[in-house]
Design a protein around this ligand. Structure first.
Ligand code: GCO
Ligand code: MG
Length: 403
């Protein structure tokens, strides 16, 4: 059995911050886990270093389930993004180790491939409708079969999903939170024309998606879902905040547009009612924020019983270590739906060399033992952690709103 001899947190910022846990064993084999919680990185780093790592030393690295239960039940304070991201990092690193010891890619340990590749969607964005359509065309040219459309809203200076950079979207952009201004009525008027134009230009063979980013009330979301029906969106994402899961009942009563939610969920309990009552079609929780591969598998199995498929979050703040883990999970899962893919910058890819590949709108985790992703520690050390917050959102009259 590989015995855990050490574990440490590596902070690096190749263009954006990443927190990575490296677990070492007496057999010289190590594993990696992503622990990045955007805008709150140091909280997870401290949770790991101060409260988790001391409990890992000397344990059998093969006992993934037992270590998961130890960290979850043993803390007494269950759930929450900080705790669950820390547990996820340990869990992911242990799956990496198990794969390396077995000489098998992690997806083989999860039951083997259920499909040839993983369907991914890109993030197409622009300050105007025309720019968004151009960005979507670039995605289609790259081979994406599914494209999420995010456009600037006429009359609003800036909004979620619209990048300052042509090819990379990075919302955590400031030492103190940037303030955006929001108007639901302006936004609601702006979405349908984007879909209308996208269907004219891109046709009907591509899946189109849209992220509402938790900014509508249930009845507003119901109206948007209904208005978009003629354009057959693949889904609308985070239509309304989901702390109150019953919110989705109202949306469901009014529209056949598929609903996706869950990128900020960290436990199966966050989605229990949503899944049991079949109020959603896709669950978007991901490896790093929802307790690792072990917990996400549990969530996905529960979802499968209720016709809910997965659509894991995959923005740039989820490191290549998380992306690799997600791809192994996606490839193996019977009720996989789709995977988000926002490419990382060349600086990030150089710090995290990886085996996963993209081809014609599909990704594959590769066949290296373990996760197939590494960290170049020397290079990582050159990029010092830099505080970076996500923006906040206010209504035009100054009221604090959902970002
Ligand atoms: C997405 C997300 C992101 C988040 C970001 C927060 O669907 O890709 O909504 O853009 O805002 O990951 O850290
Ligand atoms: Mg989103």
């Amino acid at each position: 059995m590989p015995k855990i001899t050490g574990a440490r947190v590596i902070l690096t910022s190749p263009g954006r911050n990443f927190v990575t846990l490296k677990i070492e064993t007496d057999e010289g084999i190590y594993g990696l886990g992503d622990a990045t919680l955007n805008g709150r990185e140091l909280a997870v780093a401290s949770y790991l270093t101060d409260h988790v790592v001391p409990c890992l030393i000397g344990r059998d690295a093969h006992r993934i389930e037992d270590i998961w239960q130890f960290l979850y039940k043993g803390a007494y304070w269950r759930r929450g993004p900080v705790t669950m991201s820390a547990i996820a990092a340990v869990d992911t690193a242990l799956w990496d180790i198990k794969g390396k010891v077995a000489g098998l890619p992690v997806y083989q340990l999860l039951g083997g491939a259920s499909r040839d590749g993983v369907l991914v969607y890109s993030h197409a964005n622009g300050a105007t409708l025309e720019e968004t359509i151009e960005s979507a065309q670039r995605s289609a040219e790259k081979g994406y079969k599914a494209i999420r459309l995010q456009s600037g809203v006429p009359g609003l200076a800036s909004t979620y999903g619209v990048s300052k950079h042509r090819d990379f979207y990075e919302p955590a952009d400031a030492d103190l939170p940037t303030e955006n201004v929001w108007s639901t009525s302006k936004y609601l008027r702006s979405v349908v024309p984007v879909f209308e134009r996208a269907r004219e230009v891109l046709g009907w063979d591509v899946h189109l998606l849209h992220d509402v980013h938790h900014r509508l009330t249930p009845i507003e979301a119901a109206r948007l879902g209904k208005d978009l029906e003629p354009y057959r969106p693949f889904w609308i994402e985070d239509a309304t905040p989901a702390e109150n899961q019953a919110n989705f009942r109202l949306i469901r009563q009014h529209t056949t547009t598929p609903l996706a939610v869950g990128e900020i969920f960290n436990s199966v309990w966050d989605a229990k009612q949503l899944i049991e009552e079949q109020l959603i079609d896709y669950i978007r929780a991901t490896v790093v924020h929802a307790g690792g591969i072990t917990h996400l598998r549990r969530l996905a199995s529960f979802a499968a019983m209720h016709n809910v498929r997965t659509g894991c979050h995959g923005a740039t703040d989820l490191s290549p270590v998380c992306m690799a883990a997600a791809l192994h999970f996606d490839l193996s899962l019977p009720n996989f739906g789709i995977q988000e893919h926002m490419p990382h910058t060349a600086e990030t890819d150089a710090v995290f060399p990886h085996a996963y590949t993209f081809d014609q709108g599909m990704m594959h985790p590769g066949d290296l033992p373990g996760l197939g992703v590494d960290i170049d520690e020397e290079l990582a050390a050159k990029y010092e952690y830099k505080r970076a917050f996500l923006p906040v959102n206010r209504l035009e009259d100054g009221t604090m709103f959902d970002w």
